[in-house]
Write a protein that binds this ligand. Structure first.
Ligand code: CTP
Length: 443
């Protein structure tokens, strides 16, 4: 009996998939089809898969060509499967020519001609209106946004707005997008807005964008006053618009896994969360010269508060701050202590003091240690009383992480509310409230 194996994502099942499976089956007597998991697709940079694993498996099954369907979870699995299932022929479409030649040592490799003019990528973009996103602000973070948008299908960078024509044109030329210096022209050309301007301008730009009927993705900290956050979320909700605060940690896969494990009872009831994020900033940078809104806590506090709020919730009993300030009165190092009925949280931030940037979550049965940079969560360990008893977890964090936020933002625009739990309006409002309390105290 000749055994054949093939693999694929088989998203939005189409004719190309059908014809591939049909010909793969004809190559032998028994066909095994490997369907990729979402997790595996993400690690190889395929972030826009629409159908769930169950749907994709079901679609492959319905063709009737597969004698057996398996799940492909990791790199290196193909080799193991070939050995395990005693495979004679490995086959994939001709878009992969050459890439699997190394398997020739273990079985025959056949590249079948790819069906022309059809692909999942094509269907994904046809299915939906492409969201045109416009950027407000021409700083460092805006530069990082554009290449990440390119990785997500269904969204395109339309242009950049800056009232300063020179900055707008320079930025637009570099990234081959349209410059806008008139905000009305800008709003007329976009469906959604990414706000990456200085903190103090966020409120004004969010409000204007929402009033023009645009969805908003705003960099953290979104606003620095509780009432502003409440007003903006209220308006967005009333008008069916998405208002999204960009704290990238909240949307990265490793952090979601971490929160799942932390709150699963594995380490018992959580009693203490200590999150530290420090970076030595150039004294001439905006972060250390903006006397009103600069400083370590406004810059990094959104990250360090995040695990505390996600674990203990928004109902804290008390908050205290301790800061070390520079000669301008800006905090170069701040500790915020949160007191909850059954737990304590410490958010430590530094721009002029360097420390180990780790996250420790302590419970009644054990603790979780997430090494620096925990805000781009890729690896963590669960420890218990017995020091030899350690469980290790890892996940990927690709590029600048903005792609994860863009995917969730887009999926919310498309009416999917599944990812809203990652950073809720309540979380964002609380972060604004704490920022406000901190700035009040620092005055
Ligand atoms: N395939 C094919 N003809 C097509 C599309 C895909 O023969 N027009 C083959 C691929 O070469 C692969 C299998 O079908 O062997 C599964 O491909 P998959 O990557 O799931 O589909 P694509 O449409 O190529 O997906 P994407 O656009 O997301 O890359």
């Amino acid at each position: 009996m000749t055994k054949v194996i093939t693999y694929g994502t088989f998203d939005l099942f189409h004719e190309g998939h059908y014809r591939l499976l049909q010909r793969a089956k004809e190559l032998g007597d028994y066909l095994i089809v490997g369907v990729t998991t979402e997790g595996y697709d993400q690690t190889r940079g395929k972030l826009n898969v629409i159908d769930s694993l169950m749907t994709r498996v079901e679609n492959v099954r319905k063709t009737g060509f597969a004698d057996e369907i398996i799940i492909e979870e990791s790199q290196g699995q193909k080799f193991r499967d070939i050995k395990k299932y005693h495979i004679d022929i490995f086959t994939v479409g001709s878009d992969w020519i050459g890439q699997f030649d190394y398997l020739n040592d273990y079985c025959k490799v056949v590249y079948l001609e790819r069906t022309k003019d059809i692909s999942s990528t094509m269907l994904r973009t046809q299915n939906k209106h492409i969201q045109r996103i416009g950027i407000i602000g021409t700083g460092r973070i805006a530069e990082r946004f554009i290449p990440e948008v390119k990785l997500v299908s269904g969204i395109n960078t339309q242009g950049i707005y800056n009232p300063n024509a020179e900055s707008a044109i320079r930025f637009a030329e570099k990234w081959q997008i349209n410059p806008y210096t008139d905000i009305e022209d800008f709003f007329a050309a976009v469906d959604a807005v990414y706000i990456a301007s200085p903190h103090e301008t966020h409120y004004k730009y969010i409000k204007m964008s929402l009033e023009h009927g645009k969805h908003v993705f705003c960099e953290k900290p979104m606003v620095l006053e509780k009432t502003q956050a409440e007003e903006l979320f209220g308006y967005a909700k009333e008008h069916n618009l998405v208002l999204f605060e960009g704290i990238k940690t909240a949307y990265c896969p490793g952090f979601s896994k971490l929160m799942g494990i932390a709150c699963s009872g594995m380490i018992g009831s959580i009693r203490n969360v200590e999150a530290c994020f420090t970076k030595l900033e150039n004294p001439a940078s905006r972060e250390l010269t903006d006397l009103k809104f600069g400083g370590s806590f406004t810059e990094l506090g959104s990250y360090t508060m995040l695990p505390i709020i996600k674990i203990f919730g928004t109902e804290y009993e008390d908050i205290r701050f301790d800061s070390i300030k520079d000669e301008n009165g800006l905090d170069i190092f701040t500790k915020a202590y949160f007191r909850y009925p059954n737990g304590i949280g410490t958010a430590t931030c530094g721009l002029g003091v360097k420390s180990e940037g780790q996250l420790i979550i302590s419970g009644t049965k054990g603790y979780i240690k997430v090494d620096s940079p925990w805000w781009k969560t890729t690896y963590f360990e669960v420890h218990y009383e017995n020091p030899n008893d350690i469980e290790k977890y890892s996940d990927s964090f690709l590029g600048d992480g903005l792609r994860y936020e863009i995917i969730d933002f887009l999926s919310m625009i498309n009416g999917n509310t599944e990812s809203e739990f990652k950073l809720t309006c309540k979380d964002s409002i609380l972060i604004a409230e704490i920022m406000e309390k901190f700035l009040e105290k620092r005055k």
